[in-house]
Design a protein around this ligand. Structure first.
Ligand code: SAM
Length: 244
């Protein structure tokens, strides 16, 4: 799963949908691609290039922060959802910019009752639902936008969170991190050149600042080259209507 195929379309649909039955000829991500993504990106690259093991750091944070009404943004192969033993009573919504990616996540998340929402996270969400937990893993570094535009995501999303809601995630940084090792430098050059990563200016200071502006409680850390965050209790700024 990469964002290499992101289109410039920002069209959104506000209808929640059930996982569709996709005709064979329209399936874009084949099992082999999925296996490659999960082994290569989440297994090898995350650990050996970015210095942040998925199983040691990212998955535990994900698992520890699932509420009763969860929104996963940019679900990819559904890896985290599938591996988190989310209770059947938890309402689950997946959001993605791209329809094929959304369909893939819905098919692979392990929850046939999960809802799908096609939308651009750079814009306010086209629904009024309030989630008590929101996840966004390896999403921000893929978005072709300025750091300021990426930071605005937190302002948008908090309007769809409960008063005690938690947001958590991780993103590979481009600035202010340790020097890449040879493998990381090679991978980074490749993903930037291919238009898969857009993170040259992404830095921990700006992301943490944006989180502190929008949330009462903020915890961040940098593991290797990866910015990890958990923030809760969205601030109720003037003009924002946060229902409990
Ligand atoms: C690299 S994948 C991350 C997959 C998964 N979270 C993981 O860590 O394995 C990024 C996902 O974010 C989606 N995405 C990219 N830009 C987006 C945007 N502006 N709004 C919503 N989703 C977006 C992509 O379509 C893709 O499915």
């Amino acid at each position: 799963m990469t964002s290499g195929s992101i289109t410039t379309s920002t069209t959104v649909t506000d209808d929640f949908q059930k996982p569709p039955s996709v005709p064979k000829e329209e399936v874009i991500y084949k099992p082999w691609d999925l296996l490659v993504y999960e082994i290569w990106v989440l297994g090898i690259v995350s650990t050996w290039a970015w210095g942040c093991s998925t199983s040691e750091y990212l998955l535990p944070q994900f698992r520890a922060n699932i509420g009763k009404n969860h929104l996963d943004i940019g679900s990819g192969t559904g890896y985290y959802l599938r591996r988190s033993e989310i209770p059947a009573s938890t309402l689950l919504t997946l959001l993605d910019l791209e329809r094929p990616a959304l369909d893939l996540g819905l098919q692979r998340c392990g929850r046939p009752d999960a809802r799908g929402l096609q939308a651009d996270i750079l814009q306010p969400l086209p629904v009024t639902d309030k989630f008590d937990s929101v996840s966004m893993y390896y999403l921000l570094h893929c978005i072709p936008a300025t750091v300021a535009e990426k930071c605005a995501v937190f302002k948008h999303i908090k309007r769809n969170m409960t008063r005690d809601g938690v947001i958590h995630g991780a993103s590979v940084l481009g600035k202010g991190v340790r020097n890449d090792n040879c493998f990381a430098a090679h991978v980074r050059r490749g993903v930037l050149k291919a238009g898969i990563f857009h993170n040259i200016d992404d830095n921990a200071y700006d992301f943490e600042h944006a989180l502190r502006v929008n949330f009462e409680e903020v915890e961040t850390r940098v593991v290797g080259s990866v910015f990890m965050f958990r923030a809760s209790n969205p601030k109720q700024n003037e003009g924002d209507l946060l229902d409990s």
